[in-house]
Design a protein around this ligand. Structure first.
Ligand code: URA
Length: 273
């Protein structure tokens, strides 16, 4: 109720009471009359409505980072190469292999790219990493002797007397461990393009890793060796034979007999084509 609404004038006592209350508030520091109507602050909403500071804007999401796809990148890079030399350069420019950081060199290939026989191994070892060439350590020396046994030399000029040598992984895995599927995957497009460009008459896959990734082997090399598969890469058809890795033959010389059988089959297939 306001003063003006009062039905009868306030008594002197009431006035004195109001005055005393007013003086008390002035003493406490009140210097402004706020309004005639009392506000029941206990019934106000507990949270004040948000204060609009300028025009409301829709939050802008941060730009989405492009999804990394190292295999697609490798495919695109490899596809642009139209000869072995440009493929080597494309591989050197590619940074999608996690093994690259730990390696001294990109170990691409050795031998005669015109050879009708292509040998595909696993990954470089310490000697290969140092020299930047595949199969130059102890297992490479055994491979050279195996090739010599079927009349081939990686350095020979004639396609039918030489060999072209590469690996499915071009960087040395630390401690010479077997490369994982995830390490092979981003490099495989380069190997496939390599095969399509070289167009060998036959491929010899030595060991588990190339047999699995190029020929689709689902068992270990001890069971799979001696198997042939018809590879088709970018329309190029090439028969591939699986055999033991020379490093394994160094550890298990009694298996050389079976490796020799594979080499003779390979020689016979090359002579036919
Ligand atoms: N083992 C391989 O598989 N490749 C090499 O180049 C050397 C050893």
């Amino acid at each position: 109720m306001t003063l003006s609404e009062s039905p009868e004038p306030p008594s002197d006592d009431l006035r004195a009471l109001w005055r005393a209350a007013l003086e008390w508030q002035i003493e406490l520091g009140a210097d402004e009359a706020i309004g005639e109507i009392a506000i029941d602050r206990t019934s106000l909403p507990s949270k004040a409505p948000p204060v609009a500071l300028g025009r409301k804007r829709k939050p802008v999401p941060p730009p989405a980072a492009p999804k990394a796809d190292p295999v697609a990148d490798a495919r695109a890079l490899a596809a642009k190469a139209d000869n072995v030399a440009t493929l080597r350069e494309a591989l050197k420019a590619y940074d999608g292999s996690p093994l690259k950081k730990g390696a001294r060199n990109t170990v691409f290939a050795d031998g005669n790219p015109k050879a009708d026989l292509m040998i595909v191994g696993e990954a470089p070892g310490r000697d290969e990493d140092r020299q930047g060439l595949p199969f130059v350590g102890r297992s490479g020396q055994l491979l050279d002797r195996m090739l010599a046994a079927i009349g081939r030399d990686r350095k020979a000029e004639a396609p039918g007397e030489s060999a072209y040598i590469t690996n499915v992984v071009f960087y040395r895995p630390l401690e010479n461990r077997t490369p994982t599927d995830q390490e092979v995957a981003p490099l495989l497009p380069f190997t496939l393009r390599h095969i399509a460009l070289v167009k060998p008459k036959a491929i010899l896959c030595v060991g588990n890793v190339p047999s699995k990734h190029l020929m689709g082997a689902t068992t270990g090399i001890t069971r799979f060796r001696g198997a042939w598969a018809d590879l088709e890469v970018e329309g190029v058809k090439v028969p591939a034979l699986a055999s033991f890795h020379p490093a394994y033959l160094l550890r298990s010389p009694d298996q050389k007999r079976l490796a020799w059988r594979d080499l003779l089959e390979l020689e016979a297939r090359l002579a036919q084509s």
